[in-house]
Ligand binder design. Sequence first.
Ligand code: HEM
Length: 177
Amino acid sequence: MLSFVGLALATVQNQLGPDPVKQLALLTGNRGFQFLLLSLLISPLAQLLAAPYLIQWRRPAGLWAFYFLSLHLLVFAQGYIGWSWVILIEELIERPYISVGALAWVLLVPLALTSTRAARLKLGASWAILHRLVYVVAVLGCLHLIWQVRSDWINAGVYTLICVLIAGSRYRNALRF
Ligand code: HEM
């Protein structure tokens, strides 16, 4: 259902309820964030389970996150602001949740572009430093959700709790070495 074709089919077949644009934004945003968190969970999981082969899934998870969040951005551009630069600038100024979301997506671009083995070899030690930006993206993603909350805190609360747990496990690891 959540492939591009699946989303397009669900849209043209009117399967997304009374507000399909909002539904598409929620679906792509949630799926993107879930893959982002999965990419962050893989290292601690690999360590916990003594399963280093899990690491090979980190890059695909990150790229799926980028894919869904890019769809999320396209849904916003088409369905919320009709590709208008003027409305985009207004939204960025007036709605902090849009500006932090946009910053998070912009930070994901260099991570996706340098996710190849060749880029990793070329960048050497700076690759790891650059890719720590993914933690900043996760924090901005949480702020993006927290700023949107009207009454139901569950979604924002669950994502933020998972981010705090991942940060805690990385911090504990850093103290050990
Ligand atoms: C240019 C970047 C972004 C824009 C313009 C944007 C915009 C939006 C909009 C308009 C909504 C729906 C609000 C509504 O109608 O209720 C939304 C929801 C959401 N966004 Fe984004 N977003 C961006 C980036 C991101 C990023 C980077 C993430 C994750 C790291 C993310 C995760 C989510 C999630 C999970 C939801 C659903 C919240 C819920 O279930 O209530 N977004 N976003």
